[in-house]
Design a protein around this ligand. Structure first.
Ligand code: GTP
Ligand code: MG
Length: 1069
C-alpha cells in the first residue's frame, strides 16, 4: 500500500442548509481567511463571493454548487457551497457526492426547516460525515432579544431536533421529509434521571449510539456569519481552565448540558445540587452571558465605549482604530466579536478535527458509492484480481502514479470561454486556446466551454492522459457492455476551482476535487472515469425529486429553430437536473424542478445557449388518472356470477377476447411504488448484477437489514396490510377491509408487470382463471345456446403470463398460480404444446398493451396511477373451432400467429388489451389525480390573514399552523395543487410586503374526490346546480378539459356518453 500522507491533509467538504440560512455568507469568511487573497476580509460576509451569477446576486439565492480550494494550517480544503432552495436540490446531490464531510447550517432563529431534513438525508445517503453550525446567533440577541437562558434552551432544542432526524435515519424509520415535518418537532433530549452523584443522565432512547451532534465533542459550532464570529466549546474550556484552575477535559464536558458551577465550593455540580443555589447552566454563565454582554455594551455606541474598551483590553484584542471609532456601533461591534472569536478559525479547525480525510472516508463511502456486485461463477481469476485491485485502490485512496486512476464526474457545467485561463500549469502562455478546444468541449459558436466537476478517488489524473468514460450501466464482466457503455477520451486540461476562477494544473492526485476539460462529448451529466476497463462504475446520482414543472418552448422567429435545438442540447448538459424532450405533438418541452429553476433555465437558454428570442408556454402540469377507491361500476361492465366484473373487447379478427378487471391499489402500496422508482428500475432491469448485495445507504454501522429489496418487500407487505387498519378505524366497513387485506396479501405474489414504463405505480396481475374455469364462465354467458359457446370456449387458451415482478422481488410464494396446467389439454385431445408456445408468445403483447394503457388514460391521456389490472386474454385457435375440422393443428397454429387483413395478430392483441384497460377505467368511476406540493410559509402573525387568503384561493389545504417558539413568527404547513402554485411566491410576497416567503416541495399524488362526470339529478341537486347543461363544471372536469384542449383532444363527448349513468355515484361524494 502506498503511503498517502498527502491525502491525509485534504478535506473535501460541502456546506448544506435550508435556503437563506447563511451558507454563502459563511463561505465568504472561510475564503477571506484561507482563499489565498481572492477575497478581502472587509468584504467577507457582504460580497457572497461564490454567488457569481448575476441572477444569484440579484435574488440573493444560490443556484448552483461551486467549489473553491482553501489552504489552512497545512491542510487543503476543497469547499463546495450548495444552494438551499428546493428547486436546486440536484446541486446538493452533486456536491455531496464529491464530499466526505459537510457543514450543516441551521439558522438559530428559524430552527430546522424542510430543506434541513432533505440535506441531512442526502448527506446520510451519500455517507458524508456532518458537523453542525448554528448560525445567525446574533439574531437571538438583537432580534429576538432572548436572555442567555432562553437562548440556551433554544439551541438545545435545535440540536436535539437535528439529532432526532439522524436517529430516525439510523433506525431506518422510513419517513419522507414531509412526513417527518408533520410528525412535529421532536422534543429535545428527554427528561433526565438524577444519578447518585447528582449528575444528569440522559435517558437512552431506543438506540444506544451516541448523538450525532454534541457540542462537548466539538462537532457543533455557534456562529454569526453576518458579524463574523464563531466559537466551539473548546475555546471557552481552554479559557476557563486557566482562570478556574480546572481540568480542560472536564470543563469541555461540563460546558454543555445540565452542569452548574458552584462558586462557593468551586465545584461543578448537577441539577439537584444546583437548584438550591439558583445557579445557571455553565454554558449560559460562562459562554452566552459574556457574549450577550459584549453585544449589549457594543450596541450602546458612545455610551458603552469605555466598557467596550475594557473588554477589548482584557481580551487582548487589537482593533484598527478606523473600525473602533466608526460611527455605526454595529461596525464597531463586528470588529470586536470577529477578532475575539474569529469565525473562519473556528469553522476550519472544526473541519480539520471532526471531518474525515479522504483516506478515512473512502472505505466507509465506497460501500454506498460502488456497490459490490456478486461475481458470477466462472469469472476468470485474473479479472477478479484486477477488479479487486481497483476496488482496493479506491478504498484506500491510493494516490500513487502506478495504480489505476479512478474518478467520478458528478455534473457538467458550462463556463464562458473568456473565463478559461490563458496560461498553462507552469505559467506558459496559451495563444491558440480556441484551436486547442475540441469540438466536443464547446458549443458551435465557441462561447461556452463544458467542464466536468469531478473527484479523483484513486491514482493520479494528468493532462494528456487517456481515460475510459464508463456509464452507470457498464458491467466489466460483460463483453457486450464494453461497446455500449464505454468511451475513450483524453484529459485536455485540469483546473483547480476558485469559485469563478480556474487555476490550471498538470496533474491531480487521489482525494482531490477538480474540473476537467475534454470530456464534453463523452459525458452528458455524470460518469465514472477509469484508466482500466476492470472497474465497476459508481452508482448513479440520487435526486430528491423529479422535475415536475414543464413548459413548451419555441423560437419567436421560426427560422431560429436550429439555434433552439442546439441550445436545448447544451442546456441539458449544463444542468444536472433539467429534462429536455420533444412531446408527442413535436413541441420542445423543458421539465424543471420548480418555478425558480425553470426561470433560470430559460434565462440561460435565451442568453447563453440558444441566444434567440423565445416563446414560452404556460406551465404544462402533469396529472394522473385513477378510479374511485370505493369501486362501483357503471355501464359497459359485464359480470359473471362468482367473478368480478370486467370489461370485454375482441380483436378485429375475432380470435382474441380480452377481459379486464381493474381496482384501486391500496394508497399505501401506491406510495411505496411511487417512492421506489429508482430501486424498482434497478430490480426490473437488473440482470445478474447481484442487487441483493448492494446497499443503498439504508443501513449503516452493520445494523438492521442490509438488503434493499427485502426492505422494499417488507414495506410493500406492511402497506398492503396496514392501510386497512386505518380504514377500520373509520368504522363501519370492517368486514370489507378485512377481505381487502387478505385480497392484497394474496395478490402481491402475483405481479406480472408494472407500468407505465415498466416501473410505474400500476400493476398487472397474473390472470387467475384456469381453463376449466374458462369453459364454465363462458358457457354461462352463452347467448345463442350453450353448445355453440362451449365449442368456442373449448378452443380458447388463456394467455397466462407469470409473476415476473413478484419473483424478482422475492414475493412470489414459489407456487405459480398458473403452474400445473402447462400441458393443457384441448377438449380432451392430445396436448398441443406448439400452440401453447405461440400463445405464450402473446404474453409480451398483453404486457405492452398494459404499458400503453397505463401511459395514457382515458380521461385526458395522462398516465394512470395506483391501479391494479387483471387481464385475461383468451385466444380462439381458429374461428368456428377445430372441432369441426379435426387434425388441422398446423392451421390452428397458423391462425394464432399470422397476420390477416387487420395486421399482425400480436399487434391486434396489444391494441385490444390497451383499449380494454382504458375502457375498464372509464367504466369504474374514473378520477383525476393531481400532484400536491407540501408548502411551508413563515410569516409574522399580522400577515396570517393575507396568507390564508392566498392559500384559500389556490385550493390549498392547511394541515398545521404553529407559532415558532420564542418568536412572533408563525409557520403554516399546507398542501397545494401544483396546478395552482404558479406565481404563488410572488403573490404572497406582494400581499405581505415581502414578510412571508414560501417553500414548496413536491409531496404526493392525490385523487380529487369529485366525479368529473357529475350531473345533478336529485331534486336538491337540481335546485343547487340547475339542470345538467348549465351546471358549472366541477374542478376535476375543468382540469381534464384544460388538458384535453391543450393536447388537441375533443372536449365534449365523454360527458354525454357516461354522464347519466354516473349520477347515483355522484351523490355519495
Ligand atoms: N442576522 C444574520 N444574518 C445573516 C447571517 N448569515 C447570513 N445572513 C443573511 O442571510 C441572508 C442569506 O444569506 P446567504 O449566505 O445568501 O444564505 P444561503 O444559505 O447561501 O442561501 P441560499 O444559497 O440561497 O440557500 C443574507 O441576507 C445574509 O446577509 C447571520 O449570521 N446573521
Ligand atoms: Mg447561498
Amino acid at each position: 500500500m502506498v503511503l498517502n500522507e498527502q491525502q491525509k491533509m485534504i478535506r473535501n467538504i460541502c456546506i448544506l442548509a435550508h435556503v437563506d440560512h447563511g451558507k454563502t455568507t459563511l463561505a465568504d469568511h472561510l475564503i477571506a481567511a484561507a482563499g489565498g487573497g481572492v477575497l478581502h476580509a472587509r468584504q467577507a460576509g457582504k460580497l457572497r463571493y461564490l454567488d457569481y451569477r448575476d441572477d444569484e446576486q440579484q435574488r440573493g439565492v444560490t443556484m448552483k454548487s461551486s467549489s473553491i480550494t482553501l489552504h489552512f494550517k497545512n491542510h487543503v480544503i476543497n469547499l463546495i457551497d450548495s444552494p438551499g432552495h428546493v428547486d436546486f436540490c440536484s446541486e446538493v446531490s452533486t456536491a455531496a457526492r464529491l464530499s466526505d464531510g459537510a457543514l450543516v447550517l441551521v439558522d438559530a432563529c428559524e430552527g430546522v426547516h424542510i430543506q434541513t431534513h432533505a440535506v441531512l438525508r442526502q448527506a446520510w445517503l451519500e455517507r458524508v460525515t456532518p458537523c453542525l453550525v448554528l448560525n445567525k446567533m446574533d439574531r437571538l440577541i438583537l432580534e429576538l432579544k432572548l436572555t442567555p437562558l432562553e437562548a440556551y434552551a433554544r439551541l438545545q432544542s435545535i440540536i436535539g431536533e437535528v439529532n432526532n432526524i439522524i436517529n430516525a435515519f439510523r433506525s431506518e424509520k422510513y419517513l419522507s421529509d414531509v412526513d417527518s415535518i408533520l410528525t412535529g418537532p421532536t422534543t429535545p433530549i428527554s427528561e433526565g434521571l438524577d444519578s447518585e452523584d447528582g449528575h444528569m443522565m440522559r435517558v437512552e432512547e431506543e438506540e444506544d449510539e451516541e448523538d450525532a451532534f454534541s457540542p462537548d465533542r466539538g462537532n457543533v459550532a455557534f456562529t454569526s456569519a453576518m458579524d463574523g464570529f464563531g466559537f466551539r466549546i473548546d475555546y471557552f474550556a481552554d479559557l476557563y481552565a486557566a482562570k478556574l484552575g480546572a481540568n480542560v477535559k472536564a470543563l469541555r464536558k461540563a460546558l454543555w448540558g445540565d452542569h452548574y458551577y458552584n462558586p462557593k465550593t468551586k465545584k461543578i455540580v448537577g441539577k439537584k445540587a444546583a437548584a438550591a443555589g439558583k445557579l445557571k447552566p455553565m454554558f449560559v454563565q460562562f459562554v452566552l452571558e459574556p457574549l450577550w454582554q459584549v453585544y449589549e455594551v457594543g450596541m450602546q455606541g458612545k455610551d458603552g465605549a469605555e466598557r467596550l474598551g475594557k473588554i477589548i483590553q482584557s481580551m487582548n484584542l487589537s482593533i484598527p482604530s478606523r473600525d473602533l471609532h466608526h460611527k455605526d456601533p454595529k461596525v464597531v461591534l463586528q470588529a470586536v466579536v470577529s477578532r475575539w472569536l474569529p469565525i473562519a478559525d473556528t469553522v476550519l479547525s472544526m473541519v480539520i478535527e471532526c471531518l474525515p480525510d479522504p483516506v478515512m472516508a473512502q472505505p466507509e463511502r465506497l460501500v454506498r458509492l460502488v456497490p459490490k456486485p456478486d461475481i458470477p461463477p466462472g469469472t476468470s481469476k485474473e479479472v477478479q484480481t484486477e477488479l479487486e485491485l481497483v476496488r482496493s485502490a479506491v478504498e484506500h485512496c491510493d494516490g500513487g502514479y502506478e495504480g489505476p486512476c479512478v474518478a467520478f464526474v458528478s455534473k457538467m457545467f458550462a463556463v464562458p470561454i473568456e473565463a478559461l485561463p490563458r496560461h498553462g500549469p507552469n505559467g506558459e502562455v496559451i495563444t491558440n486556446l480556441e484551436v486547442d478546444l475540441g469540438v466536443g468541449d464547446t458549443d458551435a459558436a465557441h462561447r461556452e466551454c463544458f467542464l466536468a466537476f469531478a473527484r479523483v478517488f484513486s491514482g493520479v489524473l494528468s493532462v494528456g492522459q487517456r481515460v475510459f468514460v464508463l456509464s452507470a450501466l457498464y458491467d466489466p464482466l460483460d463483453a457486450e457492455s464494453w461497446n455500449r457503455n464505454v468511451q475513450e477520451a483524453r484529459v485536455e486540461a485540469l483546473y483547480m476551482m476558485m469559485g469563478r476562477g480556474l487555476e490550471p494544473k498538470s496533474s491531480v492526485s487521489a482525494g482531490n476535487v477538480v474540473a476537467i476539460r475534454g470530456l464534453a462529448q463523452n459525458i452528458l451529466k455524470s460518469a465514472t472515469l477509469s484508466t482500466t476497463r476492470h472497474c465497476w462504475p459508481f452508482a448513479s446520482m440520487t435526486f430528491q425529486a423529479a422535475p415536475i414543472v414543464r413548459v413548451a418552448i419555441e423560437p419567436s422567429d421560426p427560422t431560429d429553430m436550429g439555434a433552439l435545438t442546439r441550445g436545448l442540447r447544451l442546456l441539458n448538459r449544463a444542468d444536472p437536473f433539467v429534462e429536455v424532450s420533444v412531446s408527442g405533438s413535436g413541441e420542445h418541452v423543458i421539465a424543471a424542478a420548480g418555478e425558480v429553476h425553470l426561470e433560470r433555465c430559460i434565462k440561460d437558454l435565451r442568453e447563453r445557449f440558444a441566444r434567440v428570442e423565445l416563446v414560452v408556454s404556460p406551465p404544462l402540469v402533469a396529472f394522473r388518472e385513477t378510479v374511485d377507491a370505493e369501486g362501483g361500476t357503471v355501464d359497459g361492465v359485464k359480470t359473471v356470477p362468482g367473478q368480478s366484473e370486467f370489461v370485454e373487447t375482441t380483436t378485429p379478427n375475432g380470435r382474441c377476447t380480452v377481459r379486464v378487471h381493474v381496482t384501486r391499489l391500496p394508497a399505501a402500496v401506491t406510495k411505496v411504488f411511487d417512492g421506489s422508482a429508482d430501486l424498482l428500475k434497478e430490480i426490473v432491469e437488473g440482470e445478474g448484477k447481484g442487487l441483493r448485495s448492494q446497499v443503498h445507504g439504508t443501513a449503516r454501522g452493520g445494523k438492521g437489514k442490509e438488503d434493499p429489496i427485502e426492505l422494499l418487500c417488507s414495506r410493500l407487505l406492511v402497506a398492503a396490510t396496514g392501510e386497512d387498519m386505518v380504514r377500520n378505524q373509520e368504522g363501519g366497513r370492517r368486514k370489507k377491509s378485512e377481505e381487502d387485506r387478505d385480497d392484497w396479501v394474496h395478490k402481491l405474489p402475483n405481479i406480472w408487470a408494472l407500468g407505465p414504463r415498466r416501473v410505474g405505480p400500476n400493476v398487472l396481475l397474473v390472470p387467475h382463471a384456469h381453463s376449466s374455469e374458462i369453459v364454465r364462465s363462458l358457457s354461462t354467458e352463452s347467448i345463442d345456446g350453450i353448445s355453440q359457446s362451449v365449442i368456442m370456449a373449448s378452443h380458447s387458451l388463456l394467455v397466462k403470463g407469470s409473476a415476473q415482478i413478484s419473483q424478482k422481488l422475492g414475493l412470489a410464494s414459489g407456487v405459480d398460480v398458473t403452474d400445473g396446467d402447462a400441458e393443457e389439454e384441448i377438449n380432451g385431445r392430445t396436448p398441443v404444446s406448439s400452440i401453447l408456445t405461440e400463445v405464450q408468445g402473446l404474453e409480451s403483447s398483453v404486457v405492452s398493451g398494459f404499458q400503453l394503457a397505463t401511459a395514457s388514460g382515458p380521461l385526458c391521456e395522462e398516465p394512470m396511477w395506483g391501479l391494479a389490472f387483471s387481464v385475461e386474454a383468451f385466444v380462439t385457435l381458429k374461428p368456428g373451432g377445430i372441432a369441426s375440422d379435426q387434425g388441422s393443428i398446423e392451421e390452428a397454429v397458423d391462425a394464432t400467429v399470422s397476420a390477416d387483413q387487420y395486421g399482425p395478430f400480436s399487434g391486434q392483441v396489444m391494441t385490444a388489451v390497451k383499449e380494454a384497460c382504458r375502457a375498464a377505467v372509464l367504466a369504474r368511476n374514473p378520477r383525476i389525480a393531481e400532484a400536491l406540493y407540501f408548502c411551508e410559509v413563515g410569516a409574522p402573525a399580522e400577515h396570517l390573514g393575507q396568507i390564508y387568503g392566498v392559500l384559500g384561493k389556490r385550493r390549498a389545504r392547511v394541515v398545521k399552523e404553529e407559532m415558532r417558539e420564542g418568536t412572533a413568527m408563525f409557520t403554516v404547513h399546507a398542501y397545494m395543487p401544483v396546478s395552482e402554485s404558479f406565481g404563488f411566491a410572488d403573490e404572497l410576497r406582494r400581499k405581505t410586503s415581502g414578510a412571508a416567503s414560501p417553500q414548496l416541495v413536491l409531496s404526493h399524488w392525490e385523487p380529487l374526490a369529485e366525479d368529473p362526470f357529475f350531473v345533478p339529478r336529485t331534486e336538491e341537486e337540481l335546485e343547487e346546480f340547475g339542470d345538467g347543461l348549465s351546471a358549472p363544471r366541477n374542478t376535476a372536469r375543468k382540469l381534464i378539459d384544460a388538458v384535453r384542449r391543450r393536447k388537441g383532444l375533443p372536449v365534449e363527448e365523454k360527458l354525454v356518453q357516461h354522464g347519466a349513468k354516473q349520477r347515483t355515484r355522484a351523490r355519495k361524494v
